[in-house]
Design a protein around this ligand. Sequence first.
Ligand code: XMP
Length: 317
Amino acid sequence: EWTPYAFVETTIADLKAKLGNDKVVLALSGGVDSSVAALLLHKAIGTNLHCIFVDNGLLRKNEYEAVLEQYKHLGLNIKGVDAKERFLSQLAGVSDPELKRKAIGRVFIEVFDDEAHQVQDVKWLAQGTIYPDIIESVSVKGPSATIKSHHNVGGLPDFMKLKVVEPLNTLFKDEVRRVGTSLGLEHFIIGRHPFPGPGLAIRILGEVTAEKVAILQEADAIYINNLKEAGLYDKVWQAGAIFLPVQSVGVMGDERTYENAIALRAVESVDGMTADWCHLPYNVLAKISNEIINKVKGINRVVYDISSKPPATIEWE
Ligand code: XMP
């Protein structure tokens, strides 16, 4: 029978044997997978693991600072890189979802490559790829090529000339969480919802601007905090707010306004391949809607997404 303890023991021994005294770079994302991969490698090779955490400006509100702090606390050898401007400038004028993903993937590789080259004699690239990522990326390359490209799989450019190590590539998400827990990773990281690599860029329909990111970060933070306060965050597989490129009429005093709409998405799922929309209580939705409309300038309407996957994907882009 599979147990996280046996997995940790054999994986650490394997990593030690495979990596010896080599240096390894790893991109931390703040997510469960890369965090668990980092911790395993850290146990195996200590400071020969060089972690890089890139702020692409598309993370949730305050996420970069909070997560970086958490990683330092875990004792990881980590460098934070502020690349917000680089990503935003490459997204200017881009509204096609796949082109957004490509632009973000490209800038990420440039930034990561610059940083990785500052680690002398680095031999390996570690990734937090898990088993379902491999399955999904195979289907991406298949005949129905319109499925989204996930830039976190197979995104290694040849010029890096690094060997790849993926300690989690046989595990499912629940197993990764169990391994993380057995390694002492806190709930703050283990329990977090999946979040896409391209971040808020694919939750802003159409062109991404700094103003829209700021609005969405505020609305999303209100949403997520309310789920946590209501004790619902851990019951939901994934939740997030989406900025719609739709303006609708509102009244403010005796004036008519045209302002944007926010959609709220919350789903139950096992692996992200299929998903049901969550039946969140009306009183919680009401509180979230009021708070967003009262506090977030530029938003006058909030809608709740009641679509399941298939056909409606979890993300709107
Ligand atoms: P969909 O929207 O396809 O999402 O139902 C399934 C899961 O994948 C995440 N997702 C992504 N993750 N890069 C990522 O790293 C992407 O481009 C991407 N697109 C979707 C999504 O958040 C959900 O967990």
